[in-house]
Design a protein around this ligand. Sequence first.
Ligand code: GLY
Length: 399
Amino acid sequence: MKRNLLSIGLFLFLLNSCSQMSQKSLDEKTSDNMVVAEKQMNRQLQLIDESGNIQYPRTVTENKIEYVPIDDWTSGFFPGSLWYMYKLTGDSKWEKLAEKYTENLDSVKYLTSHHDIGFIIKASYGNGYQITKKEAYKAVIIQSAKSLATRFRPVPGVIQSWDENHGWQGKRGWMCPVIIDNMMNLELLFEATNLTGDSTYRNMAISHANATMANHFRKDFSCYHVVDYDKIKGGVRGKCTAQGYSDESSWARGQAWALYGFAVCYRETKDPKYLELTEKIYKFIFTNKNMPADLVPYWDFNAPNIPNEPRDASAAAVIASALYELSTFGKPEYKETADKIIESLSSPSYLAIVGTNGNFILMHSVGSIPHGNEIDVPLNYADYYYLEALTRKKALEGK
Ligand code: GLY
């Protein structure tokens, strides 16, 4: 009897030690990825400093780091990553750098040639205003929302994403193309109303979200990439893809933008229909037979040669970040899913070795396969949403 009790005691002791070890190794992994993130961001900044200019790294093309002009849709992600480095480390060095790379984007506030001013300004000035409460940042956010509002088309009730003559229309002849990515630009409009009390911006965002909800989704709650509206008579002219495998396929980052965008709509309106939609999108993504075990999706859920297709770490990072937010809206189990994604992205399969990968943090993302652009490369927005996800995870865990 005594021996039996001793054995049970020993067993429980070993079990407890093992669980402490696995917890410890998880925490160690988190600090490892922060070491990589800090070193990679430092190296990136050093290279930019050596060039003598303020530059915005986007990706690696033919072994060279590609920098983008400030009106590129991705220009805000590098300053945005700097803001998250500040939040994650508390080191004021990152805050100073984030200010420098944000404030150089000032003239973007007048950009009206595409919808992506929302991405650019939210990542840079949006994060900056949340942290610093600088009045000058607030003014940029409001002016940027005014610029985005010029693209609102009242008859169909949507923000026009791309101009009619966008190079990706092919022979289709678009009139008012709206891409699912546009859901990400609504946050800027909600923020402008929160800052000014003028409900015009918020009403546009809600109108756009409702049209997207009605027209972008299929019966299984996967979504189309592009819906083209008639801006004179109203109604839908056509549905297709630009960056997915086919018009009827489910482009992975598109599903990610949808999940994240409607999570923001629920946060800002508390309208339950948006939360219900995120649950359906979640179900599509995580019950999909083509979702790999590590939860980093292939670039398109219907790509023809799965499992021999590139993964898209950027889609995984966007999904993880959205799930951390959604976990606070009565879905605590979503945090476990997000944690699994973060664990995968923080493993050697996706986390860069310091000094490689063009000094970006994550490997294996995809820009646009149909255009032969950015296939299996680092992307600044994969890094940005990964750091955002880590920031949200840390806040949820009270660290
Ligand atoms: N917004 C463009 C993209 O997701 O590639």
